[in-house]
Each structure stands twice: as structure tokens, then as C-alpha cells.
Design a protein around this ligand. Sequence first.
Ligand SMILES: Cc1cc2nc3c(=O)[nH]c(=O)nc-3n(C[C@H](O)[C@H](O)[C@H](O)COP(=O)(O)OP(=O)(O)OC[C@H]3O[C@@H](n4cnc5c(N)ncnc54)[C@H](O)[C@@H]3O)c2cc1C
Length: 494
Amino acid sequence: MIDVVVIGAGINGLTAATMLARAGLAVEVVEARPVLGGMAAREPIADGYLAPVGIYETTGVRPWMLNAVGIALSPELPRLHGSGGVVVDLAQRRVEGVDPTDAAAFEDLVELVTRIGPLFWRLMDHPPIDPVASGWRSLWAAARVGLSARRLGFEALRELLRAAPMPLADFLDERFESNALKGLLAAEALKYRFAGAKSPTTALDLLAALVYQSAGIVPACRLLERLVAAAKHHELRVRCGVRVSSVNFDGSRATGVTLSDGMRIEARSVLSTVHPRQTLCELISPRYLPAALRDDLRAWRSQGSTARLDLVLAQPLRDNAGRPLSRFALSDNLSELERAYDQGKHRQSTLEQLVLTGQQFDLDGGFADRGHDAHVVCLTVQHVPSDRVVDENALRAAVRQRLSAIDANLAQHLRAERFTSVAALAQGFALDGGQFEHGELSLDQQYFMRPQIRCASYRAPLRGLYLGGNGSHPGRGFNGAAGALAANAMLADR
Ligand SMILES: Cc1cc2nc3c(=O)[nH]c(=O)nc-3n(C[C@H](O)[C@H](O)[C@H](O)COP(=O)(O)OP(=O)(O)OC[C@H]3O[C@@H](n4cnc5c(N)ncnc54)[C@H](O)[C@@H]3O)c2cc1C
């Protein structure tokens, strides 16, 4: 019998498994796909060119998480390119291409983000406090959150509390005149969210996105490479190409898993990074789960609305000043974003409003084999109505049309493209509903409500079963934090 089976070899699974192996436990990872990496794994776009089918960049990489798995990485602060020559430069803490009033207002916003950072990380880097637990540990955890909030100072705390429930459009309209700047910031804030600029609580998404980006960005494949090397170094046992079909219990605690080929792995504990509804409602027998929890999980919102398009270009996309674009968002104003959300919400088939965010990589990004010379552009296409409503070719053409605003000769520079629909992403990665983050990151599905109040401490209500995927806190931030915090919970219980 081994100590732990980890289900899923994405960033969270590899992080958790490596931490547990470093702590001296005998760990085996089971991955349904033939390769390691989950949504960060690279697959060919065309001969010689690779890109992740899913995630291509990672924000919020935290030093404590890198230390926990023994790897080093140097995240970079991003430049965000928007429409009309607007560029947000987080390294310089300034914005280009707007008038001086907006430039000063942006510096104030960056100052607010800097002030709230410590409170934000206090909440994100630690398990959520348990609102009903007694005992000195939970009181101490709550006190530390309270102290971090006090340290913000009155003005920043008031602004945070005021912004948190606000629609993003109101928050941005108060501060800025430039539609292009508002569109750029809003597109970043609403990335992967199934919400519009006028939805409640979306101003909080902007503050969170800016705090995450202020911690720097690295290409997802770089983080994955380092994690795989660390896993090899610790001689982690990994079994790819076979699914876990059930988690087994002996009536009192988890005893291991059964695989789709019928093989059983006996283990003292199981850590799942699979979508929480699948873990709790499909991988375990209904007789083990409280009925109330099953009902709550059925109501868990996890609707995907983001598709992916990867392009191989002979010439890089450039901004108005002729500089190659890195990270960019094509969204001219807030109304456009809201209309795109309405279109997705009402499942309409118009393709006039597409929200495109993307990143361009050169060969150093690890996206091409040696000897190839081209640029890979990874795009997310948001608020795509369901695949049954929109024809894939029409969607591809609409995206290319939208990109022609940056490069009028795109068709001549295009060497290859790969489209991955919402349904293909959902099916390929067992994403229940298709949401990448294993559940919408709305206020009601965060912190001690992620994925449910009864299992927000990474411990399922069944002994020996732990939840370490993005459906657990902190959910956002493709950095392995949920896996790391679940591994810590397991180690604390030993
Ligand atoms: C385009 C795109 C952009 C993204 N950007 C961000 C971002 O900016 N921030 C963010 O937080 N997240 C982002 N995500 C989501 C991101 O991919 C996840 O945060 C990240 O992949 C989570 O890693 P994971 O290990 O939890 O899950 P995954 O990478 O999905 O890995 C889970 C693994 O479990 C495997 N699996 C599922 N069921 C079983 C089973 N029964 N048995 C065995 N194996 C199984 C799957 O095959 C998969 O490989 C993005 C996703 C996409 C597609």
C-alpha cells in the first residue's frame, strides 16, 4: 500500500504530488491523458509548432509555492496592449496613450492595488478561515486577516469595501475617460469570467487581476517544465493514459482508487485535482456523500464560455509604434464587452462582438522546435455562444477579421491555426460544464464557499479524501496554489 494517490497531473496535481514526495510519502499520480501537464501541456498546432491547448501563461506565481516544490522561476511584469495605442506597463506602473488625467488616475489605481496586495495575498496564500469553527487556530487565522485589513489604512480599506460589490463599468467610469483604457482593463478583469462589465462584483475582479499580474507572469510551459523536472528528481510514480473511475472507501476512510482498466491502487489517502462535482458526485458512491452536499454541488455554477485559437504567423503582430505585441486585449470599450456577454448569456449567434485576449510568443517561449522561425499567438475567445449555435468556421473567420485591425495582412502571414471549442476543452480535460477554473469565480463561489462550505479546507467530508484542484480556494491563479494548500492540509493531518 502506498501513502497517496493523486488524481490528475496538471499543475495542481504535480505541485501537490511533488510536495508530498518531498515530505517522504510514497505517492503515485494517475492521469487520464497520455501526457503530463493537464491544460498546460503543449500539443502540436502544425508541424514544428507547439502550444498548450489550454493555458499559455500563468499569473500570480508565488515564491512560497516555488520553494515548496524546490524550483526557481523569474516572473516578469507584463505590458498589456489595448486598442488605439493604449499600453499598460505594470513594471513602470504607468499607462501610455492616454491623456495626463487618465495617466494620473491610473497611477492612483496602481497605488491602491499595491496597498491591498498584502491583504489579498493573506487571503489567497492560506486556507480559507472557517466561519463556524471554534478553537484558537481558527481565531488566530481570522485575527491575522483582520490585522492585514487594519494595516491597509482607512482610505484603502474603504475603497476596497466600496469596490468589492460594484460593477466594473461603474468603477472604471468613475476613474477614467479613455474608452480604450477602460476596455483593456475590463477585458483583463473579465478574462474567463461568465459575467459582463455591468455585472455586480466585477470591480473586485479587476483589483484581483491587477494584484495577480503585479506578482508577474511566466509562460505556463516554463512552470510545467520545472515541475516535471522536480517530479522526476523525486522519482514520482506517474501513470498516464488511464482514468480513475472510482475512489474506494472501507466505510470509514478512503482506501485508494480503481482505474478504468479495472486495476486497483491501495492507498492511505487520495488527493483529487479533478472538478469537485466529478470527484464528489461521480468518483465516489452516492451512499458515502451527505445528500445535502450533493444537492449543493448540483447548483455549483461552472459554465464555460471561452474557446481557444492558436495561430502560427510568419510576421509578429505589432502595435501602432511597430513594437511586437506581447499580451493584448481587443476590446474598444465597456459597452462592447457587455454586448458580448449578453450574446453569450442569451445564446445568440451573432459574431459581431467578440472579446479577444491573447499573448504572442517568439521562439524563446518554447512554442516551436529548433529551426523553425515564426511567432505563435495564443488567443482566448470569450462569451462564445454554445457550439451548437455557432459554426466553427464562421467563428474562426470572425476572429481573423477582428485581428485584421492589428495586422491588415494577417491572411498572408498566417501559416497554421488550431481552434479548440468550448466543448472540446470541456471534454478533453473533464471540465464539468466547461469552466477552466472548475467553477465560476463569483463572490458566492469563493473563499470558504469554494467548492462548498463543508469541504473548503481541502478535506472532503470523507476521511482520507482531499480536494486540490481549482475548484478549491484560491481557484484563480494558475500557480498550483490549490494543490499546494491541499498537500499541506494532508500533511497537517498525519
Ligand atoms: C486558455 C486558458 C487559460 C487559462 N488561464 C488561467 C488563468 O489565467 N488563471 C487560472 O487560474 N487558470 C487559468 N486557466 C485554467 C487553468 O488551466 C487551470 O487553472 C489549471 O490548468 C489548473 O490545473 P489543474 O492541475 O487543477 O487542472 P488541469 O490542468 O485540468 O489538470 C487536471 C488533470 O486531471 C485529469 N483528469 C480528469 N479526470 C481524471 C480522472 N478521472 N482520472 C485521471 N485523471 C483525470 C485531466 O486529464 C487533467 O490533465 C486557463 C485555462 C485555459 C484553457
